[in-house]
Write a protein that binds this ligand. Structure first.
Ligand SMILES: [Zn+2]
Length: 411
């Protein structure tokens, strides 16, 4: 098996939290075989001189939508499946170029997209999928207009994969099983109103306790877990009591809801950047006034949610939730969070905490022996300058995923 020996770098192992010099790292096939502060004997290995740069594991974005290529998701109904796929390929390539070697899709991406990446048909991050997000009629995943009665057929447009409506325990169970049949790594439920849907109040409670509990039971029976879209303390509490494992967004969380999440070993996936990006630019991409008004309701809570979770001891992962053309701002989340978090806290959110959520501890978010060889070589020290993650990967001299260079500007 081919071997690569990395030398002359400062190691950034997120759990350690500071740069370590004098290490060598051996990659064999797609895996980190050895990391040592003594010289590694590997006579057949090709040597990579890293020129004193920082070596760290690839980044994880725990909340993306690679298929949602329109800022106003309503427009997806005029996007054919072929164009949807072409756009998703471009969006995922850009994510990988920014150093995100793994992403967790929370509604939209399907097993076909995941397989295309795994088999090397298209370049992109490792993809962990939910299939369609499941919500009740009239909820955050119901894209119909008020003039639509009954269901529209979305077989041939890009709305096909993102959303599914289910009402009552039997329908919810069926939808959950259907997503798992189609290869879902996790199940996404809508527990409160959302910004990108026009008719559901943000503080509406979507799905009854019995519906949530049924979804969780089915997901667990299949070895999966449930993640829930929720903004308010009431929605977060209902999700937590039903056995949901991760809360997405959570902007309006309070101390009591955060305490319950800590007690139940849950995670929050915050995503500040999408609210800032929408406030600044979504109108130009056709987002409606109703949606933007809801955006204003949650934007201030986003930074506060990080502080509340820190006090309560709830781990917060790095998420972005950007739609369509706004996805270019994926790395700005580092900068926005730095108002209330230290660089190492944000880097852990985008590595080790993401890996725990994906149930890939020791495989992702670390460069310890046995981990996938997903790594970045950075022109400087990101603990001192998070700007190194900005500008679409310009400061990343090399990006490796699964032992293969996606980018190598070293030579
Ligand atoms: Zn989302």
């Amino acid at each position: 098996m081919s071997q690569l020996l990395f030398r002359n770098f400062a190691l950034l192992e997120p759990e350690v939290g500071e740069l370590q010099n004098g290490f060598e790292l051996l990659v064999e096939g797609d895996t980190v075989r050895e990391v040592s502060d003594k010289s590694i004997k590997a006579t057949n290995a090709d040597v990579v001189d890293c020129g004193g740069r920082t070596l760290m594991p690839g980044l994880i974005d725990s909340h993306v939508h690679v298929m949602l290529s329109e800022v106003n998701i309503r427009f997806l109904e005029s996007v054919p499946l072929t164009l949807m796929t072409a756009r998703a390929a471009r969006l995922m390539l850009a994510m990988l170029n920014r150093g995100f070697t793994s992403v967790r899709d929370t509604g939209g991406a399907d097993w076909g997209m995941k397989t295309g990446i795994e088999q090397g048909d298209i370049p992109g991050p490792r993809l962990f999928i939910a299939g369609a997000a499941i919500g009740p009629t009239g909820g955050h995943s119901d894209p119909r207009r008020r003039t639509d009665f009954g269901m529209r057929c979305h077989c041939c447009d890009a709305m096909r994969f993102g959303m599914r409506q289910s009402d009552g325990v039997p329908e919810v169970i069926k939808s959950v099983r259907e997503q798992m049949r189609q290869g879902a790594d996790h199940i996404k439920l809508m527990m409160s109103g959302g910004v990108a849907s026009p008719y559901d109040p943000l503080d509406s409670l979507q799905f009854s306790p019995a519906e949530v509990a049924a979804a969780v039971e089915e997901a667990r029976a299949f070895g999966r877990y449930v993640c829930a879209h929720a903004y308010t303390p009431e929605a977060i509490t209902r999700a937590a009591q039903g056995g949901v494992r991760t809360i997405e967004h959570g902007n309006l969380i309070d101390d009591t809801a955060a305490g319950l999440m800590a007690e139940k070993d849950m995670f929050l996936i915050a995503n500040l950047v999408t609210y800032y990006a929408m406030r600044e630019r979504a109108a130009e991409f056709g987002m409606s006034g109703d949606m933007l008004a809801k955006n204003d309701l949650v934007i201030d809570g986003a930074l506060r949610s990080l502080e509340i979770c820190k006090r309560a001891g709830v781990p917060v992962a790095y998420g972005t939730d950007l739609l369509g053309a706004l996805q270019v701002e994926q790395s700005r989340e580092f900068i926005l969070r730095s108002e209330v978090q230290s660089p190492i806290e944000i880097i852990r959110a985008a590595t080790t905490i993401g890996a725990r959520i994906l149930r890939q501890e020791g495989k992702l978010g670390t460069l310890e022996p046995g981990a996938y060889a997903d790594l970045l070589l950075i022109d400087g020290d990101p603990l001192k300058n998070l700007g190194l993650f900005q500008e679409q990967g310009k400061h990343l001299a090399a990006i490796m995923k699964g032992g293969k260079f996606h980018k190598n500007w070293l030579n």
